[in-house]
Design a protein around this ligand. Sequence first.
Ligand SMILES: [Zn+2]
Ligand SMILES: [Zn+2]
Length: 465
Amino acid sequence: MCSLQDDIDIEKKSKPQLKTCVKCKVERAQYLVRHAQYCKQCFLHTLVGKFRVMISKSKFVVGRKECKPNVLLAFSGGASSRALVHMMNEFHVGDPAVKKKTILDNVKICHIDESIICGPEEGTLKQAENIISQYPFQFIGASLEDVFSSEYTDSDFEQVLRTEIVTREEGSKSHDQLKAVIESSTLTNKEKANALLNNIVKATAKEDMISYLKNKLLIQIAKRENCSIILLGDSSTRIAVKCIAYTSKGRGFSLPYDVAAEIEVEKGVGYLRPLRDCLTKELGIYNYLHKLETVFVPTITTGAPIKASIDRLTEEFITSLDRDFPSTVSTVVRTASKLTTSKSSEQNERCTVCLRPIQNGISEWRERITVMELPKSDVNSAIAATDENGNGSACTSDGCCGQGCGSPKESKFDLLPLLCYSCQINARDTKPTILPPFMAERAKEAYSRESLREQISEFLIDDSE
Ligand SMILES: [Zn+2]
Ligand SMILES: [Zn+2]
């Protein structure tokens, strides 16, 4: 019979006794990392060593002695990127008394203020700038809503993209609401960004959109600042979480871009993740030992229940598993590091929203595996490019909105074929909304390419002919 006593009598795991350091075998160990025990000195030496190897052996750096690369370090304010800034200073600048050779040219630190999502009201730029002012690095600040400025497009394209999902019941209603939003011409970038994010219903889709916007900002700033490397503070714990979360969100095809130690993300700009072998816990200890302050940036899942989003759930899954099986993170990361992009996939069409390559034939495949089928006219994602003031081209009899109202003619086209699988899925959780100019620019480009291809199709010679 089961008694209360039996229930309580669960085997209690005792904390392992700290012995001498596994490395120097002299000092008393202070820190337990995975299965190894280190003294303070050896702990710091090992941790920083992992970072140094990643940078100095990077293919973006090796063999570029003549033309050292400029680097843009993405500083979110969190513990990992905070540690990265400090390590970078020791690595790149070092002790001013000792003159040493550097392998990088300029290091610039970029912070993107995302306070528009969950505060704080005063923003985080000032706080981040204060931290960076302790270092001899240039600080570059941007805000998430800046994606609505034409500065972040390749051709000063000003138009925003209007998305709509037309359903029989609510199509016209939400369409009108959206029109009202867009046509109030005085909308600030902040209001546009709010309109975009507020219309994404599910937390997972919203988190994804936020990360795509930040990625775009970083790439565009790197190009502007002539930086060929973007340093990301992804720790191995974070990368393991991303591996599982992104795979479950259907992003397996472009996974290497989000987890690889180094990868070219756009022509001339590469991601480098020098903390890929460092656990979040190790970086926390590093920050504690150096008394490094961080910027607290609340996110949409801060304090939310575990099941709030796929990312949040995966984070809980990986960290709790790693607590009992300390090799979990390194196993996942090592397995994922074997993934590379194929030469052909690099040339694939890029997704309009997340800018990652689209797997060929994805729309057809999705149609085959979707159980529920709706007539095309019912669920139809269409977009129209509308300029800053909400003015499209004039209403004509055949291109009118259907009400003979003189409202702008909308050049509608289907957005779905321009999206990767995961963004197609996320589109289901998005109410009609507006997308920033850089996405509109890409969609327009893709469509003009497509229509050109159609026009000249009869003159094209197929490989088989
Ligand atoms: Zn030691
Ligand atoms: Zn996508």
